[in-house]
Design a protein around this ligand. Structure first.
Ligand code: BES
Ligand code: MN
Ligand code: ZN
Length: 497
């Protein structure tokens, strides 16, 4: 499926379907107005008859509208001007895409103008149109014997005024890159844990290395990790037959001596809990425990496609957390790459154990900022539900930048406090710290643990436990945080230029 930007007169567009926006009280958007004039008031008549009120996400498909070259016109409700936000905007796009998909047409034109949301400017509205319609076309069939029917839809065009063409082309490029990154993250997340192992993730990274000139990938194996002193990361994979991997993807788009931004992803390809075994219900969903790393893969892909003029390093700490005779036990004490010792009181708090060594490793790059992304705590779901990623940071300015990027990309985060008072919950009698801080403030104490390894640089932590996948009937990875991370990096490249 391809996107394109087109200009021109709506009446003379030869296409299978044009989507135009209508609002309550018979209000037509400029493009709908133009179509209405060409059809001699036919659309207005239908609105007056009350077949569609213009309420958000309503749709009405009309055939052979007089005066128009297009075969169909899809009226799409966008609600009252003052109620339009990113949420209603996305719902409207989903509704339009559902009609487009079910009619099986091969091309359509969006002629929606740029008053679809009060939350963003023309560039971002167009980009979101590309991102969200593109995401509606995502299909997972990797592990089905019968492949999904190929998409009938071949082309989505976006009609815009000639003056806006440059901005629209940029929005299309960026939007497509974000869709592609998000789809990759969803695919990796959805793959079963017997396929998506640490080794598989390492192979994926090498494939990206082949695909993109600006990318250099290094895989650090267990032996090299041991030499580096990453005994905490290694302790997590000890019970598994699958070797752990530290994956390092360096994207060089900026001047050589520019400090890079580093993304660090939790890549637990399956989390049984280890000896602190989880209960059986929904344990299959712990295949999603690598979604932090999937978002790193996704964001790296997006910035490669956008060819951003900055330097970025993506690090993935990949391991499988299994119980066995070799597995770590509660009470074990391990030495991290930083030299600090950790008493492992619960082997199910494994994410922080792999991340801490990856974060120490990140310090080698003298980073401009480091962001780790992890499905780290069930407590984050209790605190923030399934809408917001949890954000904790040792730098208020960085936290603000990420909150803003979340708003801009409609992939929002919410900040939690990282006060010193919480650190005491990690005191251990036998090591420098223990790996759990008890039930109160579980997301915060997990971040406190990580903060002990990130003192040398500006760092933020995104806990995506509540947002990385959907459960139930629509079970599947969301690709969340790819839009946020990509927006953050876009903003960085804009300020550096
Ligand atoms: N991967 C889980 C967190 C998780 C659980 C994410 C459920 C999404 C849904 C993590 O490794 C974990 O098990 N965390 C423990 C920490 C506890 C032992 C301190 C948790 O949240 O229960
Ligand atoms: Mn766990
Ligand atoms: Zn986990």
């Amino acid at each position: 499926m391809d996107f394109e930007i087109i200009n021109g007169d709506i009446a003379s567009l030869e296409t299978e379907c044009i989507v135009v926006a209508v609002a309550p009280e018979g209000q037509l958007s400029p493009s709908a107005g133009a179509a209405d004039s060409a059809s001699n008031g036919y659309l207005q008549e239908i609105l007056s008859a009350g077949d569609i009120s213009g309420k958000n996400a309503q749709t009405l498909l009309l055939h052979k509208v007089p005066g128009l070259k297009a075969r169909r016109i899809l009226l799409l409700g966008i609600g009252k001007a003052e109620d339009r936000n990113n949420r209603s905007f996305r719902k409207a796009i989903i509704a339009a895409m559902s009609v487009i998909k079910s009619t099986g047409i091969s091309q359509a034109v969006f002629a929606l103008d740029d008053a679809l949301t009060n939350d963003s400017d023309a560039y971002r509205q167009l980009r979101h149109l590309v991102e969200w319609s593109g995401q509606e076309l995502y299909q997972y069939d990797e592990t089905k014997s019968k492949k999904a029917d190929p998409l009938k839809l071949e082309k989505l065009s976006i009609l815009c005024a000639e003056d806006d063409t440059d901005l629209a082309e940029q929005a299309l490029l960026d939007g497509t890159a974000i869709v592609n990154g998000t789809s990759l993250a969803r695919d990796l997340g959805n793959l079963p844990p017997n396929i998506c192992t640490p080794t598989y993730l390492a192979e994926q990274a090498l494939e990206l290395d082949d695909e993109f000139e600006a990318l250099t990938t290094t895989i650090v194996d267990e032996e090299e990790m041991a030499e580096l002193g990453m005994h905490c990361l290694l302790s997590v994979g000890k019970g598994s037959e699958q070797p752990s991997k530290l994956i390092v993807m360096q994207y060089n788009g900026g001047p050589e001596d520019d400090a890079p931004h580093v993304l660090v992803g939790k890549g637990i390809t399956f989390d049984t809990g280890g000896i602190s075994l989880k209960s059986g219900d929904s344990m299959d969903e712990m295949k999603y425990d690598m979604c932090g790393s999937a978002s790193v893969f996704g964001a790296m892909t997006a910035i490669c496609e956008m060819a951003l003029p900055i330097n970025v390093v993506g690090i993935v700490a990949a391991a499988e957390n299994m119980p066995s005779g070799n597995a770590s036990k509660p009470g074990d004490i391990v030495t991290t790459m930083s030299g600090q010792t950790v008493e492992i009181l619960n082997t199910d708090a494994e994410g922080r154990l792999v991340l801490c060594d990856a974060l120490t490793y990140a310090g080698r790059f003298n980073p401009a900022s480091v962001i780790d992304i992890a499905t780290l705590t069930g407590a984050c779901i209790v605190a923030l539900g399934h809408q917001a990623s949890g954000l904790l940071s040792n730098d208020d300015q960085l936290a603000q930048s990420l909150l803003q990027a979340g708003e801009q990309s409609a992939d929002r985060a919410w900040q939690l406090p990282l006060w010193d008072e919480f650190q005491e919950q990690l005191d251990s009698n036998f090591a420098d710290m223990q790996n759990i801080g008890g039930r109160p403030g579980g997301t915060i104490t997990a971040a406190c643990f990580l903060s002990r390894f990130t003192k040398e640089y500006r760092w933020a932590h995104l806990d995506i436990a509540g947002v990385a996948w959907n459960s139930g009937k629509s079970k599947g990875a969301t690709g969340r945080c790819v839009p946020l991370l990509t927006q953050y990096l876009l903003n960085q490249s804009a300020t550096e230029e």
